[in-house]
Every structure is written in structure tokens, then in C-alpha cells.
Design a protein around this ligand. Structure first.
Ligand code: ASP
Ligand code: MG
Length: 430
């Protein structure tokens, strides 16, 4: 059995959906689970809608209309006018409208998960409808009935035991009846024991594919991208990039953790556990080899790899009375970060202050307010975190040059720099 994951870019328009169908047609003689993301930038659009809804803004209807127009535009190109998909998608949007009619009842994160994950429901329904048109036999499954999570919304934690039972019951029995079957399901979302929707964190569809592969003991996972594999740097930010053909699980975890956007950092661990190889391939050139990530890869990733993470905030925390920041402060501080669901990208301490670099996020304001009850907090925004794996002085010089460095760390394999972004930092103090 294989597990394929198609991301937002691979289903961003009608032509892309046709292309996915043509790739799947090549794999009808083997059991296959296909995990799909929301179409194009739909998740961002739903995030905007949710924010507007939560702030009781006036633009909910117009934001929702944009999401509708985008999806119905794709449907129009793929299906005849009287096709039942129109009604099916219409009904999914009615669910959103109902949600918008009421006041938000739950927390910000709870309401987010009930709304934002619908992008994946829409995309998989459209793809399933199109596969039916193309006579590609398959079964649409709701990931909320397969992946059980706790109720830490927006960063839900998988209950492996219950998910294992659910998947084996539902997916397992489907493949018993259809040995070369095809399952279409959603990335990113799961369900709680109370039947609410949850999400696994932004870009979490890769992780969904890895979870299903691990539970079903798949032979391999393929992540289909608009690039030919994993590169030593994101071509959006760097010139002269090279493709990495073989990457070990360990190196892949490091690269993903430091922010390489090709795979979600949590993806590798479940695959490593069951020793399932992961391919990253291009949906535009499906016959090319791509990159292979597995246990015994002869790492050719010893070439320097560059990872660029923009929109970073560097927060410095110090005791008001210039007391040392000691262990019990640190444990307080870490606890607050964990409670607010803010992950730390890099940290460093001096005698009187503790600095952390984090992604810009709407959760930061509350966190900083909490920290300020005990500590003096200052921060810089609009910074970039550059990580160089397998660095040498020359690449550092090329990359950093005269940029102002806010924080710097070097270990044997990795050098990391927080620098001002091209547009220059907007510095704020509190
Ligand atoms: N659609 C979700 C996101 O954009 C999940 C994913 O694509 O991996 O974050
Ligand atoms: Mg994605």
C-alpha cells in the first residue's frame, strides 16, 4: 500500500485537479490512500474569515463569497451544469453560514478548527466527484472519523491507539473488499471524542499522510509538490539551488525543524518508527525520480543547506530587578509558551535575559501580556531566521555579508542567524 499526499498547489485550479486524476489513473492496480489539502490558498482565506467572525466584523459575507466563487469556478470547469456536486458543495457552505449566524460560542482556537478545516472537506469532495466522472473507483472517507485527537485545538495531539482502531476498522475493511482500492481523505483535520473537528497545525497534511502510513504500515509515502524534490534551499529565496537525492530521516527531521518548508516537521517521526520511505516528487513531472528520504540514505545533504524563515519576532525576557534568569524562571517561561501554543525556533540566555525567536502569530499578544506580569519584555519584529546546515565560512559570508545580526549560534553542523529582513526591522519596545 502507498500513501500519496497532494498539497494545496497541486489542486489549485481545474487543470491541477485533472492532473491529479491522471496521476491516480497510473496507480489503479495497487492499494492507495490519498491525502489532500485545501485548494490553493483556501486555508488562508478561511483563517481570514474566522478572524473576522471572531472579531464580529462586517466582512464575513464578502470573504465567504470569495471562497465560494473560487470553488464554484473550479467546479464549473470540471463538471456539467446539472451535476450533483453543485448541491453538495453548496450544502457544505451552508454549514459555514450557520456557523457565522451565531455568536462564537467556543474559544478562538475551537471555532477556528470547526471552520478552517472545511477547506479540506471541499477539496476532497470536488476531487472525489471528478474521479467519479473519470470512472476511477474510490471511496471518500472523512478524516475526522479516522484520526482521533485530543481537544487541544489548532495543534491537536493524535490518539494513536484510537486512531489505529478507527483506521483499521474503516480503511482496513475497505481494502479487504477492494484489494486495489483507492481511498480519498483529507489532510490537516482530525476529530475529537466529542465529535468536534480538530486540526493538526498549519501545513499539517504531510503529517496526516505519515499518520495513516504508519497505522496502515504502508510501503511508501509520496508527497507530490510543484518542485522536483527536496532542495538544499528554497528557490524562492536562493539562487543556484541543488536537489538532494538521498536524505536520511535524521537529516530530514533537522531540516524540517529548522524550517525547510518542503515537509512538515512532524512528518518524519511516524515514518521513521515503521521505517517507511518517503519520496518527494513533482506532480508536474511525475516520472522524475524526486528525493528519497529513508533510514539508510547515503546523505548527499552534506552540501550546505540554507533555510530561510521570515516574519520572526525576537522576544527578550528579563527580570524587572535585573535578577539573574535562573532555572525556576525558565521553567515558568517555558510553561507559558507551552500553554499558549507558541513554539520556539531558537533561544539563548545571558545572565539577566532570555531571548527566544518565534514565528509571528496572533497568539503572541496574549503570551506577552502574561509574561509582562512577572518580567520585563522587549521585542523586535520583522526579522529573518537563517539556518545553514553543513556551513563553511564562505557560505556564511555570502549569505550574511553586512546584514545586521541580532542573534547568532553555531554548533558543529549548523549555524543560525537572526538578521533584519530586507525591508528592515520595525523595532518596538515595551
Ligand atoms: N491546508 C492546510 C494548510 O494550508 C494544511 C496543509 O496544506 O498541509 O495549512
Ligand atoms: Mg501545504
Amino acid at each position: 500500500m502507498k500513501v500519496f499526499k497532494f498539497g494545496g498547489a497541486s489542486v489549485k485550479n481545474a487543470e491541477a485537479v485533472r492532473n491529479v486524476a491522471s496521476i491516480l489513473k497510473e496507480h489503479t492496480s495497487e492499494p492507495l490512500i490519498v491525502v489532500v489539502s485545501a485548494m490553493g490558498k483556501t486555508t488562508n482565506a478561511f483563517e481570514k474569515l474566522h478572524k473576522e467572525f471572531f472579531q464580529r466584523g462586517d466582512n464575513c459575507t464578502s470573504i465567504l463569497q470569495e471562497i465560494k466563487d473560487f470553488h464554484f469556478g473550479i467546479i464549473q470547469e470540471l463538471f456539467p451544469k446539472d451535476h450533483p456536486i453543485h448541491e453538495e458543495i453548496h450544502n457544505t457552505f451552508v454549514e459555514v453560514e450557520w456557523q457565522l449566524e451565531d455568536e462564537p460560542v467556543g474559544t478562538y482556537d475551537f471555532e477556528y478548527d470547526q471552520m478552517v478545516g472545511l477547506g479540506e472537506i471541499l477539496s476532497t469532495k470536488i476531487i472525489s466527484g471528478f474521479l467519479k466522472e473519470e470512472k476511477i473507483a474510490h471511496e471518500w472517507m472523512d478524516a475526522r472519523d479516522l484520526i482521533r485527537t485530543d481537544n487541544s485545538y489548532r495543534r491537536a495531539v493524535v490518539d494513536w491507539e484510537v486512531s489505529g482502531q478507527l483506521c483499521k476498522r474503516k480503511i482496513g475493511s475497505y481494502f479487504t473488499k477492494n484489494p486495489n482500492g483507492l481511498v480519498i481523505t483529507q489532510g490537516f483535520i482530525g476529530g475529537t471524542s466529542e465529535n468536534f473537528s480538530s486540526t493538526l497545525g498549519r501545513e499539517g497534511s504531510d503529517y496526516s499522510a505519515a499518520i495513516l502510513a504508519c497505522i496502515m504500515e504502508a510501503d511508501e509515502v509520496v508527497i507530490w509538490k510543484d518542485v522536483e524534490g527536496m532542495y538544499n534551499a528554497d528557490p524562492k529565496f536562493f539562487e543556484n539551488t541543488v536537489k538532494l537525492n538521498n536524505i536520511s530521516f535524521q537529516e530530514a527531521i533537522e531540516l524540517a525543524y529548522f524550517g525547510a518548508s518542503v515537509i512538515h516537521p512532524k512528518t518524519v517521526q511516524p515514518l521513521h518508527r515503521k521505517n517507511i520511505p518517503l519520496y518527494v516528487k513533482s506532480f508536474l513531472q511525475p516520472d522524475r525520480k524526486g528525493s528519497l528520504i529513508n533510514e539508510n540514505a547515503k546523505d548527499d545533504s552534506i552540501v550546505p543547506s540554507y533555510i530561510h524563515k521570515s516574519n520572526q519576532r525576537l522576544i527578550s525576557i528579563s527580570a524587572r530587578d535585573y535578577a539573574f534568569i535562573i532555572e525556576h524562571h525558565l521553567s515558568d517561561i517555558f510553561k507559558l509558551f507551552a500553554e499558549h501554543g507558541v513554539s520556539i525556533n531558537m533561544m539563548q540566555n545571558s545572565a539577566i535575559s532570555f531571548s527566544v525567536c518565534v514565528d509571528e502569530d496572533d497568539r503572541l499578544e496574549n503570551l506577552i501580556r502574561e509574561l509582562q506580569k512577572e518580567y520585563k519584555v522587549t521585542y523586535n519584529q520583522n526579522l529573518t531566521l537563517l539556518t545553514i546546515r553543513h556551513y563553511n565560512e564562505e557560505v556564511i559570508e555570502n549569505l550574511i555579508g553586512k546584514k545586521k545580526i541580532f542573534l547568532e549560534q553555531r554548533s558543529r553542523n549548523t549555524a543560525r542567524f537572526i538578521v533584519e529582513s530586507e525591508a528592515g526591522p520595525s523595532i518596538q519596545f515595551r
